[in-house]
Design a protein around this ligand. Structure first.
Ligand SMILES: O=C(O)COP(=O)(O)O
Ligand SMILES: [Mg+2]
Length: 222
């Protein structure tokens, strides 16, 4: 069974504007000013808990368990409907449709909370494209631990797999799970492309489509 598994933030969707806006609301509730967009974008990739810790540290205040819990709670509340500033990267819906028609199993393995994952995929009418969604809180550990990706693979019943992501977290997750990794370069990566193990680096989904056709062969619709 052939499967393509995707990361979400910075890979299928450019969600940084919504995440930045949510961080500003949460900071305001604490009487703190917003952080610059580029800075918050660089905090995305390890899930909400780490993002909130990075926001607290960058704001120059001391992190206490109470502060972290309060800000996380507020952030989760906003996150579930934070879709209006988010955009799909060009070519994503067409590629997903083509892959599904050609019989690929499709999954998402993200550190984004599962409710926010469902909300944003529903917003773009893409929920029906995926056979399995694994979000940040679905397992006790998050990426770069390989367990969420391995869980996605098992649920899809897949043996021939490509994982597609945008960051050092995804590259490390794929390496630890022993899976091939395709790197979407316009995402939220901070490390240089050359430093991340990958079978493909691409900046448009047409390129990924061509790579998949070559690597898996063209699978006719069933
Ligand atoms: O929520 C995050 O921090 C990142 O989510 P991602 O795993 O889809 O990049
Ligand atoms: Mg990502």
């Amino acid at each position: 069974m052939k499967a393509i598994i995707f990361d979400l933030d910075g890979t299928l969707i450019d969600s940084a504007p919504d995440i930045h806006a949510a961080s500003a609301v949460v900071l305001k509730a604490e009487g703190l000013p917003p952080l610059p967009f580029e800075q918050v974008r660089g905090f995305i990739g390890n899930g909400v808990g780490v993002l909130i810790s990075r926001v607290i540290a960058a704001s120059g205040v001391e992190e206490t368990p109470e502060l972290h819990a309060r800000m996380s709670r507020r952030f989760y509340d906003i996150y579930e409907s934070a879709v209006n500033l988010t955009e799909l990267y060009p070519g994503v819906p067409a590629l997903l449709e083509r892959l599904q028609k050609r019989g690929f199993r499709l999954g998402v393995c993200t550190n984004k909370p599962i409710e926010a994952t469902r909300a944003v995929l529903g917003h773009f009418d893409l929920l029906g494209r995926f056979d399995m969604l694994v979000g940040g809180e679905c397992l006790p550990v998050k990426k770069p631990d390989p367990a969420p990706l391995q869980h996605t693979v098992r649920s899809l019943g897949a043996t021939n797999i490509l994982y597609v992501g945008d960051s050092e977290v995804d590259a490390e997750t794929a390496r630890a799970a022993g899976l091939d990794f395709a790197l979407f370069t316009p995402g939220y990566r901070k490390a240089p492309v050359e430093s991340l193990p990958h079978v493909l680096a691409f900046d448009h989904y047409d390129q990924l489509g061509r790579y998949i056709d070559k690597r898996f062969g063209v699978v006719e619709p069933t």
